[in-house]
Structures are given as structure tokens and as C-alpha cells.
Design a protein around this ligand. Structure first.
Ligand SMILES: Cc1cc2nc3c(=O)[nH]c(=O)nc-3n(C[C@H](O)[C@H](O)[C@H](O)COP(=O)(O)OP(=O)(O)OC[C@H]3O[C@@H](n4cnc5c(N)ncnc54)[C@H](O)[C@@H]3O)c2cc1C
Length: 202
């Protein structure tokens, strides 16, 4: 039970506010779910560039090599869960391909069992408010449909919830961009490549 004047569900994919109040009003389309594996560890990297590899081995997603400051390295892979399942594949098979490439190309050893995460890219969002309860960020499923980026939308939706609570402004998440790269042909193609047009953003 919640007792408060305003309630903001900002707990990410497994947000308890979402589970308690929004499950029916805003169901999450399975076709928009991502599955990811990622590791971040201290590593004396040599290549300072960020690398992204799209659709390798038929992956409905991409993998990345991101060198960070102070000798840290982030390596990961993400894909659309339902499309992987339809292909009869598991994200861990693709991790093995990535690990082999990392070892070959960069001399970087990756663990066999990286931790996994999941979140949803942007679908319909008009029901992310029920009276004085709000959903923001991954709790509302706001990551972009072309690059699956959720940090910007999480921050912007948080500002919108604050504006609604403090200033009485409408809480319209439909105003947030559903793609990272705009509405050009590349961005729309990336969106389609990942989502196949499922549950369009509203
Ligand atoms: C491997 C991976 C790589 C990604 N890379 C990028 C990227 O490069 N760029 C990008 O834009 N996006 C990226 N994303 C997506 C991005 O991380 C998320 O969309 C974003 O973090 C969502 O922010 P959030 O605040 O809504 O949720 P979260 O970051 O998940 O934060 C939710 C917080 O709520 C807390 N919480 C949960 N339940 C409770 C509770 N009951 N009580 C109190 N606290 C609770 C959690 O501990 C957590 O701190 C990536 C995601 C993954 C999994």
C-alpha cells in the first residue's frame, strides 16, 4: 500500500510502482524487450576509440567496446529478446562470438558468464500517469527504438514529472523523442531493424 501525495515510479524495468499500479494501464509489448550482457572492468586498453558492431552473425542488435577514463573498459552486447527467440538463439551464443573477436582483435579476455539485464524500448506511453502517480525512465519503457538508449529519456521524463508535480504542467511523455538519431531514413531503418515496426511509439 502507498500513502503519499505524489508517487514517481523510477525503479527501472522491475519498478515496484509500475508493478503495483500500471501493469494493466500500460502493458509492455514483448516485442520491445531487449536483453543485454555487459562487463566493465579495469583494463589497460590500447585502442582509445569506441567501436559498435551491428547485426553481426544475424544479431537483432549490436555489441560495443567502450574504453573509459582511468583504465576502465566496458564491453557488452544487446538485442531484441523476442526476435532472438524466434531465431531459436540465445544472447549467450552471441556473447561467445564477441568474446572470440575481443580476444583475437584486441587481446582482451572476456568472462564466459557476464551478468544480464533487460529493458524495453519505446512503445505507447500515454498511460504513464494515473492521477498523482507517474512512471519515468525504464519503468515507463522509454529507451530509443533505433539505438536502445535510455539515459536521456529517463532524465527528461524525470524533469517532466517534476514539472507536473511542481507547476501543474501536463505529463506528456509522447513529446520525448522515440529515436536517438532523429527521424531520418537511417534512424527509421534502425528502428525497423530492431522492432520490425511492433507497437509504434505514441
Ligand atoms: C548493458 C546496458 C547498457 C546500456 N547502455 C546505454 C547507453 O550507452 N546509453 C544509454 O542512453 N542507455 C543505455 N542503456 C539503457 C539505460 O541504462 C537505461 O535506459 C537507463 O539507465 C534507465 O534509467 P532509469 O533511471 O529509468 O532506471 P535505472 O538506471 O535502472 O535505475 C533505477 C534505479 O531504481 C533502483 N530501484 C529499483 N527498485 C527499487 C526499490 N524498490 N526501491 C528503491 N530503489 C529501487 C535501482 O536500484 C536503480 O538504481 C543501457 C542498458 C544496459 C542494460
Amino acid at each position: 500500500m502507498f500513502r503519499c501525495r505524489h508517487l514517481v515510479g523510477a525503479g527501472g524495468t522491475a519498478c515496484p510502482v509500475r508493478r503495483a499500479l500500471f501493469e494493466e494501464a500500460q502493458p509492455r509489448p514483448r516485442d520491445l524487450q531487449t536483453v543485454t550482457l555487459e562487463v566493465e572492468f579495469p583494463f589497460d586498453w590500447r585502442d582509445p576509440d569506441c567501436h559498435l558492431w551491428f547485426f553481426e552473425h544475424g544479431l537483432p542488435g549490436y555489441s560495443w567496446y567502450v574504453p573509459k577514463a582511468a583504465g576502465w573498459l566496458n564491453v557488452g552486447i544487446g538485442a531484441m529478446a523476442a526476435r532472438l527467440k524466434k531465431r531459436g538463439e540465445h544472447i549467450r551464443e552471441h556473447w561467445r562470438h564477441l568474446a572470440a573477436k575481443m580476444s583475437r582483435q584486441f587481446g582482451i579476455p572476456l568472462p564466459d558468464d557476464p551478468p544480464g539485464y533487460s529493458y524495453y524500448v519505446r512503445g505507447p506511453v500515454e498511460s504513464a500517469r494515473i492521477e498523482n502517480a507517474f512512471l519515468v525512465g525504464d519503468a515507463a519503457g522509454l529507451a530509443t527504438r533505433d539505438l536502445c538508449e535510455g539515459i536521456g529519456p529517463a532524465i527528461r521524463s524525470g524533469f517532466k514529472a517534476a514539472d507536473s508535480i511542481l507547476l501543474g504542467r501536463p505529463f506528456d511523455l509522447g513529446e520525448l523523442a522515440s529515436r536517438s538519431l532523429g527521424d531520418g531514413v537511417v534512424s527509421r531503418w534502425m528502428d525497423w531493424s530492431f522492432t520490425r515496426g511492433a507497437a509504434p511509439a505514441t
